[in-house]
Design a protein around this ligand. Structure first.
Ligand SMILES: [Zn+2]
Length: 126
């Protein structure tokens, strides 16, 4: 299983990694900073950099316990060392909204006894 760096440090925006598996447009790394969606917070986007190449990560999903990075084009990637970079502006915006929703939910509970059972954050242009 990949090491999930975002669990230890949600402010880390990139990491050295190793491409373990490439399958069609899906890439599996040995460790990642990409958040795969959860708790109402969407996945990160960003790039995987290898040598002179950079491929765009368009979607990240947890599948059968693995974090799968969907990339635009695998043709420049090979198994081996790489660097993962997330789009920090996007992630930080989602983190702040996520925290805000907890603050609002806490307030609604304290003031009215109302329980928030779930929430979902997404980009407006969807
Ligand atoms: Zn939460």
């Amino acid at each position: 299983m990949e090491k999930e760096i975002f669990l230890e440090n949600s402010y880390q925006t990139s990491c050295k990694t190793f491409i373990k598996e490439i399958n069609e447009n899906k890439v599996i790394l040995n460790q990642t900073v990409f958040y795969p969606t959860g708790g109402g917070q969407p996945f990160d986007t960003g790039v995987i950099e290898q040598g002179d190449h950079e491929v765009e990560v368009v979607k990240v999903k947890r599948e059968q316990g693995e974090i799968v990075h969907y990339v635009q084009n695998v043709k420049n990637l090979t198994l081996g060392e790489a660097t993962a970079h997330i789009d920090w502006d996007r992630r930080y915006r989602f983190m702040r909204y996520h925290t805000l929703l907890h603050v609002i939910a806490g307030h609604l509970y304290n003031k009215f006894g109302a329980l928030a059972t779930s929430n979902e954050i997404y980009e407006d242009n969807r």
